[in-house]
Design a protein around this ligand. Structure first.
Ligand code: SF4
Length: 329
């Protein structure tokens, strides 16, 4: 009998909208995802696909009044985070589930030393710890992320972008969370620093056995860091599976295939890249049929009228009418 999976996080049918003055923006639409304990999952898709909104929904940090979770559930360790009282969310945020925000330049408070900002996490979540123990932990964490502890009394402006991101990672991991939401952690950094930060995150993930949801638009980052990937388009997962399988398949979802085609190939002498035609689906409009129909070269009448189902085979799933017949896999 197949061993039952130990899911840390299960997102089912999550639907999130932003209610602005002039329109309702449908940011996340019937989003589903299962994350096994210890797994690193990449959430990949274009800007505006709803990846960050999904992460903010997990922490219940959507902007007040504007952001609204319309339906769905987010089960974390078997408990629905969406029904927990706010008082029970507070000890989870930063301790059990923490987040690395996209831009290290704006994630740190410029008026506090970096040591004090790492210390603050321990003050909030480990009040029983002595001052000396916390100091020791801050020093250890700074060493782990490759910054000499003697620099803990420096301010964020005294560090480079890569070093700031290391401090943000130290803050996110000092409480040894079970789940790390990393929102484009390397986007603001240059390529060599990107590689260092990904390597550091990999080492720390192994050390603390942290599960990771890595938000990115870069399939290269997914290949380097993740065990599995969910491809997100217009607030929905359109394809998911183990990284190896998704990357090596002969046939992917047309959107995933389009993302692969956008990657420059040094051996290919073609003068132009192959971008996905058209624009992201308008999030103010709910689509009757497939959300990718306006940009898909295979779109037919049925695609425009009827939403495709998720066709799952083993650990891989694809949301497209063309894959209804399992033999196509
Ligand atoms: Fe393209 Fe139709 Fe598949 Fe959507 S359902 S991805 S429009 S072929």
């Amino acid at each position: 009998m197949e061993k039952e999976k130990d899911y840390l996080l299960q997102i089912s049918d999550l639907t999130v909208q932003y209610n602005t003055d002039d329109a309702v923006v449908h940011s996340v639409n019937n989003f589903n995802l299962n994350l096994v304990r210890g797994e690193a999952r990449g959430l990949v898709g274009e800007t505006g696909a709803g990846k960050t909104t999904t992460a903010l929904s997990i922490l219940r940090l959507l902007p007040a009044k504007v952001g609204e979770i319309v339906k769905g559930s987010i089960n974390y360790n078997g408990e629905d985070l969406l029904t927990l009282p706010e008082a029970e969310m507070l000890p989870l945020r930063g301790k059990k589930i923490s987040m690395i925000f996209q831009d290290p330049m704006t994630s740190l408070n410029p008026t506090h030393t970096v040591g004090a900002q790492i210390h603050e996490v321990l003050d909030l979540h480990f009040p029983e710890m002595s001052r000396a123990e916390k100091d020791k932990r801050v020093d250890e964490m700074m060493t782990l992320v490759g910054i000499p502890p003697e620099r803990k009394d420096s301010y964020p402006h005294e560090f480079s972008g890569g070093m700031k991101q290391r401090i943000v990672i130290a803050m996110a991991l000092v409480a040894e969370p079970e789940l790390l939401l990393a929102d484009e952690p390397t986007t603001a950094l240059d390529v060599t620093i990107q590689a260092q930060i990904l390597e550091l995150m990999k080492q720390l993930k192994e050390k603390f056995n942290t599960s990771v949801l890595l938000i990115t638009h870069d399939l290269g980052v997914v290949a380097q860091f993740c065990d599995s990937v969910s491809v997100v388009y217009a607030g929905q997962v359109v394809e998911f599976g183990p990284v190896e399988e998704v990357f090596k398949r002969k046939e992917n979802h047309p959107y995933t295939a389009g993302l692969f085609n956008c990657i420059p190939d040094l051996n290919d002498q073609q003068p132009r890249l192959h971008p996905i035609p058209g624009r992201m689906a308008n999030p103010r409009v709910l689509h009757e049929g497939c959300c990718f129909a306006d940009r898909c070269e295979y779109a037919c009448d049925r695609c425009r009228k009827e939403k495709p189902a998720m066709h799952v085979s083993g650990e891989h799933g694809i949301m497209c009418h063309r894959y209804e017949d399992k033999e196509v896999f």
